[in-house]
Each structure stands twice: as C-alpha cells, then as structure tokens.
Design a protein around this ligand. Sequence first.
Ligand SMILES: Nc1ncnc2c1ncn2[C@@H]1O[C@H](COP(=O)(O)OP(=O)(O)O)[C@@H](O)[C@H]1O
Ligand SMILES: [Mg+2]
Length: 436
Amino acid sequence: MKSISRRLLALLLGGLLVVGLAAGIATYLKAREELDELFDDQLTQMAYAFSRQESIAQLPSPGIRYEEEDDFAIQVWKNGSLVFANFPTRTLPLQSEGISTAYSEGRFWRFFVLRTGSRVIQVSQPIEARREISLDFTLRTIAPLLLAFPAFGLIIWLAVRSGLRPLSRLAGDISRRSPAALGPVPRNGLPVEVVPLADHLNLLLEKLAHSIETQKRFVADAAHELRTPLAAVRLQARVLEKSASEAERAEALDRLKEGVGRAARMVGQLLALARLEPEAPRLLSRVMLTGLAREMVGERARIALKRGVDLGMADSETIVVTGEEEALRAIIANLIDNAIRHAPWGGAVDVTVRSDAHGVIIGVVDTGPGIPPEDRDRVFDRFFRKGTSSGSGLGLAIVKSAVERHGGTISLSEGRDGKGLKVTVFLPLVPFKEDT
Ligand SMILES: Nc1ncnc2c1ncn2[C@@H]1O[C@H](COP(=O)(O)OP(=O)(O)O)[C@@H](O)[C@H]1O
Ligand SMILES: [Mg+2]
C-alpha cells in the first residue's frame, strides 16, 4: 500500500542526502583550491627562508629523524652537486625554476625551485598530502550534518505524522459512525487540504440521507396504499363466504376478482416505479418507437371500444431510437390508459409520435375533463389521484421517472378547443429515420 509518510520521509531524506553530498563535494573542491594556494605560498617561503641561511652548516642536520612520510622534502645544490637533503634517501630530480608539478618516486609532487647565486634550493611536497588534508577538512565540516541525519529523519517523521493527524482523525471519526449516522463530518479544525475531501463526503452523505429518506417514505406510503385494496379483498372474501344464493355468490366473486386485480395492478405499478428509479441500472436498446406506440394502441382498442372512446394513432414516420424499451413502454401505456379512463363516452384519444432535430415528441390528447393548471405539478407526485380514480396514483409518477431517465421533459396543457388534456413528452433521443 502506498504511504504518504514513507514517501515524504524517503523524498525529504533523499533530498537532504543529495544536498549534503553536493555540499561536501563543493567544500572539498574549495578547500583543495585554497590549500593549494596556501601550500604553494609555504613552499616559496620555505625556499626563501633557506636562501637566507648563511651557510649550510646552520641547516638542520640530516640526522634529524623525519617520521612524516608526507612532509616537505628540501634539497640544496651548490655548484651543481647536492649538498643537503632532509630526506637523504629521496632523490628527487631538480625541476625548472619556480612552481611546478611532476611525477617522481611513484607519486605526484609539487615543487618550488629557487636559484640564488651558486645555490639552488628545491622544496617539494607530495600532492597526496594536500589531498588528505582537504578531505580531512571536508569530512570534519560535513560530519555534523551526517550525524544529524537520523535526527532529521526523526523530525521529518514526527512532522509528517502530525501533519497527517487530521486525516487519521477524520478516518477515525467516520469509522466510529453507525450506518444510520449520516450527519455531516465537522469541517472546522480541518486543514485546508482536507476540507475539500470533507466537503465532498458531506455532499455525498447528504444525498445518501435524502435518498434513504425518500425510500423510507416510499415504502411507508406503498404499504399504506396497499392496505386499502387488501382490506377490500378481505371484506369481499367474507361477503362471498356468507352469500346465500348463486346470484349473490357470482356477484361477490366478481367483486373479489376486481379487488384482487386492483391490488395486483398496484403491485405492478410499484414494481414499475422501482425499476425506473434514477439509480436503477440502464438497459439501452434499439426501440422502434412508432411500432411500440401502435402496438400499445392496438392492445387497448377493445377496452376503448367498450368505453365508447375513439382511440387512434395518426400515421407517423417510422422512428427508431436508442433508449430503454421498458421505460418508453411505461410512458406510452400510462398516458393512453389515463386518457381512455378520463375520456367521456363518445370521446376521442389521439396518439402521435414525431421527431424533430432535437429529439422525439410523444403526444397523447383526450377529450376528457383535463387537469386544472393548479394541479398540473401535483399529479406527478406518487399516490396523488383525484376524484373517483380507482387507480394507484402512480401512473404519472412512473411516466415522469421514465421521462427523466431519458433526460426528457413532460408538459400538460389543454387539448383541442381548450378542452381535455394534452400530454407532451419530449425525449432528446436522436432517431434513426427509416421510410415507412
Ligand atoms: N388524461 C387525464 N385527464 C384528466 N385527469 C387526469 C388524466 N390523467 C391523469 N389525470 C389526473 O391525475 C391523477 C393522477 O394520475 P395517475 O398518476 O395516472 O394516477 P391514477 O391514474 O392511478 O389515478 C389522476 O387521479 C387524475 O385525477
Ligand atoms: Mg393513471
């Protein structure tokens, strides 16, 4: 699993290490440069100091023990022959006058040669000695930094941990919640970096709470609404039980069947509504919309005839769309059912399906009493029904859900001559046009 602390620790310590190394290298190079100058000066000064000595006899005797391997080597020639060397075993060749660098006896040397009259003084120093001093100096300089490294690590780790504490506190806060606690996460005291997370979480919680509330209300309403037809069924069953004559029995049985039918329709509508919930999965397919409408009109021809209603569909172009067949079916079926139910004897119901550049339009017009403007919003509410409606009050709610699933709109207005109801559904589904 990815860890912010580990990542920050690695990045910061790695960065520190790189900076430390760079500083060390820079220090070393600078120290080397400065020391070269300093030692070159020293070589020169030593040579001059020797040149001022009156006689060789005053020079340090060769017998003096020089333990330092790396120390200066001093040689003096007089009239071309070596008269003094502080390391007699070292036979460094005489270099040209002034400062120079040369390889001899297996290492590099820095030389300074001074000629004064008959004497030639050569002072030399192994370059290695200088490098050792530079390195030593560098290490001494950056050693405290290296020693502080673990301390830095600890500080960074503590800083990161305390920086991330609000996150772990938030996580703890959420983990201790019960599933029913959907109140907002407190955002005060949270660092600005975490506030957006809390805000989005709160937005989600709010939506969740709202959706749970809606579900609860729906279940409660549904249970309440189902109780009525079921109570009626129980009553009719009892009447059937007690009926004496054959005629009475037949009538009671008819009523019972009707009651059961109504309860079954209600359950069917409830299921249809549940399937058209905004969260319900979408099942898109190619739907022959005009064919679907024609089929639904055909299925209802008999009942329309029985009610003396002239149900018809204007000849329309063949429209094929990509949509949810069940939702589209629900829209057309519920609208036609409502229209037939409310149209008077001798009335008419007209269904149209057409398309324009933006989508398809389904229209259902009847010659019934219509819906007064003040009710036109409420009729879409679940379980809202008016007058002597024997329906569930779910029809238009189902239509609305189905329309919204397609991102469409629905509007109610008067029918022809200001009478009846005209329902217009617009769906932004671009049709594949085919000739009839
Ligand atoms: N075509 C229509 N003409 C007049 N009123 C209608 C029409 N369609 C629906 N309504 C009114 O809207 C209400 C809600 O309709 P709906 O949701 O389909 O429920 P239901 O049909 O089960 O009563 C109905 O009770 C009725 O009052
Ligand atoms: Mg209805």
